[in-house]
Design a binder for this molecule. Structure first.
Ligand code: AMP
Ligand code: ZN
Length: 464
């Protein structure tokens, strides 16, 4: 398999350390709020990577953390803990917030057919691991204690700038612009491993440590949890591009300082989903969540289809128009598949050919749009029986996870003509600017389990 490695900024042949086994670590969500659909784009890409590797025959061991402490409002050690801020926003405890948004995250993942990683661990469960790592880094001179906090000394790290590919001056300018100079640090780019007094403003989550009561920095969580469950060597580490610096850069620095050798061979990053104004946000503009899309009548899997249409390394811009198009294409595809005959009649002739082509698409730096194209190619191929088509599409869906072959009961023909009539009524109501009636019709159909989808070429519907 060829995969783009951020570490060396090139496509590389993927070779795991242990034959046939992939040790994969993916950074999890900070559970202070709902995930927006941008965050979820990253988890969809990671899900495809995991399932694609499995399709190629690898035994994938995947670990993810849940950040429930230590992620400050600025990634560069500034501000307060995002969890504390979330708890205050909602008048709840940090533990309540963490539980609520962890459940919400996995419920969103379920709706998007994102498989839950084998091991998911909240950061707050592993404090003793971080303390042990930090103690060793202090002993070995990689870390230092200053004004009550423990910092990592980036001047001691080997190739600190390799992953980001930036030069030190650029990064320092960034640090200075966004962060008040922290006089406790030896170098402005040093980062916190353990915070005590100086970052303490009624922090609820805190633990005893050799350096006083406090809490761990964000970066040490991922090094600690991945080391504990996957050992000293990782094959692939993923996240969104915003994690390259400082989070992943700092993970590398501290893990390699602690283990004493190179830690992870492949760093794979997903590009962002932007809205039309640019960066997607949880506080400004429309807060785009899976639930919001559902309220607007979209099937969450239409969003997954939308994401798969573009390459994970390309910026994707979200618009409702683009989602409408994806949604219609997805519904159309599903109904084409639904019409295939299920009479058993498997013809093996071209199965290998298509499965190999699918493997090639995966192995070509996770080319999801080629994977989708293959579904259409199979549907078009007149040499394949319907049953063989279904067999292949079901097989591809192990990776695509779009519920492409799930069967629905036949729709009663009376109900079908009723729906079509109501769609027409609604179009007329809209023409007459009678939007109230149009909305009523939409609601009425929704109650019957029928969701209307407005697109450029008119209104279609789907069954819930
Ligand atoms: P967070 O919950 O903030 O720690 O972020 C969770 C994941 O979402 C991380 O892997 C981020 O890199 C990723 N992420 C953040 N913003 C976006 C975006 N607009 N598009 C895609 N991924 C994002
Ligand atoms: Zn991480």
């Amino acid at each position: 398999m060829k995969i783009y490695n951020t570490l060396n900024r090139q496509l590389e042949e993927f070779i795991p350390r242990e034959e046939g086994v992939v040790r994969l670590y993916t950074c999890g969500p900070t559970v202070y709020h709902y995930a927006h659909i941008g965050n979820l784009r990253t988890y969809i890409f990671e899900d495809i990577l995991e399932k694609g590797l499995r399709y190629l025959g690898y035994d994938v061991r995947r670990v993810m953390n849940i950040t429930d402490v230590g992620h400050l409002t600025s990634d560069a050690d500034e501000g307060e803990d995002k969890m504390e801020k979330g708890a205050r926003r909602e008048g709840k405890t940090v533990a309540e917030i963490a539980k609520f948004y962890t459940d919400a995250f996995f419920s969103d993942c379920d709706k998007l057919n994102i498989r839950k990683p084998d091991i998911v661990e909240p950061a707050s469960n592993h404090i003793s691991t971080y303390i042990e790592m930090i103690s060793k880094m202090l002993e070995d001179g990689y870390a230092y204690l200053s004004s009550g906090n423990v910092y990592f000394d980036i001047s001691k790290a080997k190739d600190y700038y390799q992953l980001s590919g930036k030069n030190p001056e650029d990064l320092l300018v960034g640090v200075r612009e966004t962060v008040e100079e922290d006089t406790a640090k030896r170098n402005p780019g040093d980062f916190g491993l353990w915070f005590t007094v100086s970052k303490f403003s009624n922090q609820e989550m805190k633990w005893d440590s050799p350096w006083g009561v406090g809490y761990p920095g964000w970066h040490i969580e991922c090094s600690g949890i991945s080391g504990k469950y996957l050992g000293e060597y990782l094959d692939i580490h993923c996240g969104g591009v915003d994690n390259i610096f400082p989070h992943h850069t700092n993970e590398i620095a501290q893990s390699e300082a602690y283990f004493g050798h190179k830690w992870c061979n492949y760093w794979v990053h997903g590009e962002h989903l932007n809205d039309q104004s640019g960066k997607m946000s949880k506080s400004n503009g429309e807060f785009l969540t899976v639930s919001l899309l559902e309220e607007k009548g979209y099937d969450p899997l239409a969003y997954r289809y939308f994401c798969l249409g573009s390459h994970y390394r390309k910026v994707l811009t979200f618009t409702y128009d683009a989602l409408d198009q994806a949604s219609q294409a997805y519904q159309k595809l599903k109904s084409r598949i639904e019409k295939l005959s299920r009479t058993p009649d498997l013809k093996e002739g071209k199965i290998d050919f298509y499965q190999n082509a699918f493997k090639e698409a995966i192995a070509n730096d996770l080319n999801t749009s080629s994977m989708l194209t293959l579904v259409y190619d199979v549907l078009k191929d007149e040499e394949l029986t319907d049953f063989t088509k279904l067999y292949l599409i079901e097989d591809f869906d192990k990776v695509l996870s779009l519920d492409l072959t799930s069967e629905k009961e036949e729709l009663d023909s009376d109900l079908e003509s009723y729906i079509l009539k109501r769609i027409e009524d609604r179009a007329i109501a809209k023409q007459n600017k009678n939007f109230e009636e149009a909305d009523q019709i939409r609601e009425e159909l929704l109650e019957k389990g029928i969701r209307l989808i407005d697109g450029r070429e008119g209104t279609t519907y789907e069954r819930l």
